[in-house]
Design a binder for this molecule. Structure first.
Ligand code: SF4
Ligand code: SF4
Length: 264
């Protein structure tokens, strides 16, 4: 079924910056730049099956090579860490006059807004901060085609960003392990969020980058909600979180959260 294309024209209201809270996905290079400005970055973790079911959500297929294969107890699984700029108290780069203080160096997600940039999310206009007058003006650029795809130019930019995230995934897992972080949620069930100090994060990046040998394989623990999923994972010999004092974290169950905390 086709629908009319979605057209867009930025009206410069600044609501995407003022209203942006939660976490904004960064590449590894953007993470380093963000941290070097003294600004916090969170690690958002959810695990996926290593193989088999590759359904990532309604209408979304998980790419077979998505994330990095790790071990949880006796079970293999995949992890794709999201490093997310901490915008819970608003963006630290937003000036009082609504200008972006790092405009020339702003992250890809800011450059691409309001396009959908997360590979496991679908575009929804109602999740965007843009006011009604920004949508579907006759002379607006097409953001979503009739068939639901992005136009090739925007698609190419989004794919370049996603490609960089994919290339970063192994380094991000190594940085998590250098941080002592090896606890994740489960796709569709919940997300584990760690927010290290800026210095600990920078130290872990340096430590992971300086390593000449692969790390000793760590077992990742899984934190999930619901007896059925926990039993299924225990049957598969996964290591389940037991409140054992791992690095401080927040667990956000997807069923009760107000929305996916991964910024797109
Ligand atoms: S980095 Fe700049 S463009 Fe991005 S949300 Fe912050 S103020 Fe806006
Ligand atoms: S919220 Fe939308 S219309 Fe307003 S400045 Fe941001 S991108 Fe432009």
């Amino acid at each position: 079924m086709t629908r009319p294309p979605i057209r867009f024209n930025c009206v410069g209201c600044g609501d995407c910056c003022r209203g942006r809270h939660g976490f904004m996905s960064l590449t590894l290079a953007e993470t380093v730049a963000w941290l070097r400005r003294g600004q916090r970055v969170a690690v958002l973790l959810e695990a996926f099956p290593a193989s088999g079911e590759q359904e990532a959500g309604p209408g979304l297929q998980l790419p077979v090579d998505y994330g990095v294969e790790v071990r949880s107890g006796g079970m293999g699984l995949r992890i794709a860490p999201v490093f997310g700029a901490d915008l819970q108290a608003g963006c630290p780069n937003l000036a009082d006059d609504n200008a972006c203080r790092i405009y020339d160096d702003r992250p890809a997600v800011c450059r691409l807004y309001p396009a959908q940039t997360h590979p496991l999310s679908v575009f929804r206009m109602d999740t965007r901060a843009c006011p009604p007058e920004a949508w579907n003006p006759p002379a607006g650029v097409i953001l979503v085609e009739e068939d639901g795809r992005m136009p090739p130019g925007i698609q190419a930019m989004v794919e370049a960003f996603q490609g960089e995230l994919g290339r970063d995934a192994a380094a991000k897992v190594a940085i998590c392990e250098a941080l002592g972080v090896h606890l994740a949620g489960w796709r569709g069930n919940g997300i584990v969020i760690h927010i290290p100090s800026v210095q600990d994060f920078l130290d872990a990046i340096a430590q992971a980058g300086a390593r000449t040998e692969g790390p000793a394989p760590l077992s990742w623990a899984l934190r999930v909600v619901g007896a059925e999923l926990a039993a299924k994972l225990a049957d598969a010999d996964a290591q389940l979180y037991a409140g054992d004092g791992r690095a401080a974290h927040v667990f956000m169950p997807m069923a009760t959260s107000s929305g996916d905390p991964r910024a797109s």
